[in-house]
Design a protein around this ligand. Sequence first.
Ligand SMILES: [Zn+2]
Length: 426
Amino acid sequence: MRIINKGMMDWFGMFPSSTFADNTCHLIAGMANTGVIETEEGLIIFDLPMKQYGKKLFREIRAITSKKVKYIIFSHGHFDHCFAYEPFIEEINEKRWEMPQVIAHENCIKRFKKYKMLDRYHDWLNKQQFASMGVGRQKFLVTAQETLEPTIIMRGDKPYTFKLGECTFELYHDIGETDDSIWLWVPEKKLICAGDLFVSSFPNVGNPYKVQRYPKEWALAMEKMLAKNAEYLIPGHGPLIEGDDKVRDVLSITAEAMHFVHDEVVKRMNEGKWFEQIYHEMLDIYPDKFKNHHHLREMYGCYRFAIHATYRLYHGWYNSGNPTDLFPAKSTDIAKEFLLINSEEKYLEHAKSLYNERKLQLALHFLDVIIHGIETNHNEFLLEAMKLKYKILRQKSKKEPSFIASNIIANSALQIKKRLKELEEN
Ligand SMILES: [Zn+2]
């Protein structure tokens, strides 16, 4: 399985928390970051990570300050941003404090409802997306049965501003990774809390498992943040970004990259091109300035996914332009027919020579003819094809920079290994 690299350690909060702005603001590192702003009248908490991180987060905040929690803000409704609330509510009940205000966008409420409907499905899905972290062994990775209900709901694009103590808190709604995102600007601290609208790598736009995301609006959100001239930026994932030059640099390169992928895909759609052509052309024109920028590392999401996201935003599922693909036959039936006109031995031989030429992707297509087409379990070519596919997937997953893509590939390798073991035991 993939070993989590330094970049992913940052993504998952394995770095020290930060205190800044005269010790009044804190980034508490967790599976996702939590922003804490201290005022004379109490605390503002921006995001609470996964349920499993609640106790650690609570201990860390209480080691810094004993002030009451006055506001909790959800940047968006993802599992890693608003479920670690239990220890805070226990404290409030114990000390008979007033419940804090909980702020979220109206689409976050819809999301919570959707999570309840699709609870088991999301658990199954997330166990795949995070397979290399060993989460498959946990009974439930996420559960949406209980959510902390928002008390202040932002609607549409309308900003929401409030004052607490000496500070002003301006909240804005924009869409990017999700349609329920809000971000916070605190002028007195020159601080932006971005949620997942800003993360320490290439934006997660186009996650292959998840629903539609919004590259163009993501760029516009970055530009709105740029206009604030912030000195501090708390990303949804990754260490604090500090210094107005640094903040400007990371926001503007991200905006530029999002405009680029969006506009170049749209241009090609207007030229009447199908997805395959657009995708490969887009790979050829990806500029080095994005490829080599530290904050656009393809650690989690990646440029390749963003091409899909933009196309899918404007186009349906028929993306090849080939009517053969409109109502296709079963892949196993197609493979069986291929094996009728050419032996499995030939396919295996060809797959091996492609492998030796390092044409790994092409080799996989030929191995699939054998794997999908052979019905009997006891076939030496089938076993050999599965072993070679396992080997190729392992190599690909190790080389793959995107954690999500790497997990998809590594997870399939694991399934092949299990099936091979069963076949060899019988
Ligand atoms: Zn997140």
